[in-house]
Design a protein. Structure first.
Length: 360
């Protein structure tokens, strides 16, 4: 049976790029609390944006979708879920809220993972929510020609409870010893969790929720303000490739989780970079700056196409109407060009206009 020993990572020689990624994330973590103290009100808006984006992206990776307008209504509790997809989306939101508010009180134990899974699927009425799998599942890959190949046969149902217990104990032991950086341990734990595949359904969504939980518990709170799930969705081909590389020889204890560790470090750093860019825009804007000035500064830094929603998300110190009003003024002035109509509309800077026309 697969064994788990994360303390061995203390004796591993890590590639330079991984050490550099860890060092950069540590630097970002050091600046994190200062930013949070400086702009608490504006950052509250980032929290709301990230909650929606995280829920939407993590479910969309699994093919669970609804429209953007329905998503906003559901989050504002102005409507009720009307199908199973929306029930599962709201279940993700519920667990995300639990992690945001109570991460300090959720030890990494098998029973807690089961309870989070129960809450994730509770709204959908699933009979297996909170219970480990009772049938063998498989990790499969769909190829370009449409054929499906089994990439890994996870732990069997009868061995799953013990495997999850061993996984949690190994993680807690390594974290307690403080000999291995948490940024190494977290993706290693998630990779092993996905190889166990302990539930009949929602293993991917659970892995992303557990990623947030573990990051929060170790002081890395960027996922509260910038959606880690959205960054994973944007790079999901690399996500699956890294997992595939990392699980080869998993049952024989010969696998190397380095590819997935590297991938997740890149995701975390990308989120911190985006966080600091948005906070930087807040810090650069003094009392005399108007909404127009702030949005124009955002546009000046933007290369290529962008939507109104992206501008709103990137200017958290402003309300939606202020951002859209500024975009309208910039369009009238000829500084930016609006393309498309309705939900399909987007903007480009006028000096990028030639490139945007070539795309049409």
């Amino acid at each position: 049976m697969r064994s788990f020993d994360y303390n061995k990572f203390a004796y591993k020689t890590w590639d330079t790029d991984i050490l550099n990624l860890i060092a950069k994330i540590h630097e970002c973590k050091g600046r994190q609390d200062l930013y949070i103290r400086q702009k608490p009100i504006e950052l509250d808006r980032l929290v709301e944006i990230a909650r929606v984006q995280s829920t939407e992206a993590s479910n969309r990776i699994e093919g669970i979708v609804t429209t953007s307008s329905r998503m906003k209504q559901l989050f504002k509790e102005k409507t009720m879920p009307r199908n199973r997809d929306e029930d599962e989306i709201m279940g993700y939101r519920d667990v995300l809220n639990t992690i945001h508010g109570s991460y300090e009180y959720i030890p990494i134990r098998s029973s807690n993972i089961q309870q989070l899974h129960r809450d994730l699927l509770k709204r959908s009425g699933s009979s297996f929510g909170g219970n480990f799998k009772n049938v063998q599942n498989y990790i499969s890959e769909t190829r370009e020609d449409g054929s499906t190949v089994t990439r890994l046969v996870p732990v069997g149902p009868s061995d799953t409870p013990q495997a999850v217990d061993d996984l949690c104990n190994a993680y807690e032991s390594a974290i307690g010893n403080e000999k291995v950086d948490a940024l190494i341990l977290i993706p290693a734990f998630i990779s092993d969790f996905l190889c166990i595949h302990p539930f009949n359904d929602a293993n991917g969504r659970m892995s992303r929720l557990l990623t947030l939980l573990l990051l929060y518990q170790n002081g890395y709170k960027v996922g509260k303000y910038i959606s880690i799930e959205k960054q994973i969705e944007k790079t999901k081909d690399r996500y699956y490739d890294a997992l595939e590389e990392s699980d080869q020889g998993w049952h024989e204890n010969t696998n190397d989780s380095t590819p997935f560790i590297r991938y997740m470090l890149q995701v975390i750093l990308a989120c911190y970079t985006e966080f600091e860019e948005r906070v930087g825009m807040m810090s650069e804007t003094g009392e005399r700056n108007t909404s127009y000035d702030i949005v124009k500064r955002y546009v000046e830094r933007k290369i290529g196409m962008f939507t109104g929603a992206e501008a709103v998300a990137s200017c958290p110190s402003l309300g939606r109407s202020s951002v859209l009003s500024a975009l309208k003024k910039l369009t009238a002035e000829g500084y930016i060009i609006r393309k498309g109509s309705g939900r399909n509309s987007y903007y480009v800077r006028s000096d990028d206009g030639k490139n945007s026309r070539e795309l049409l």
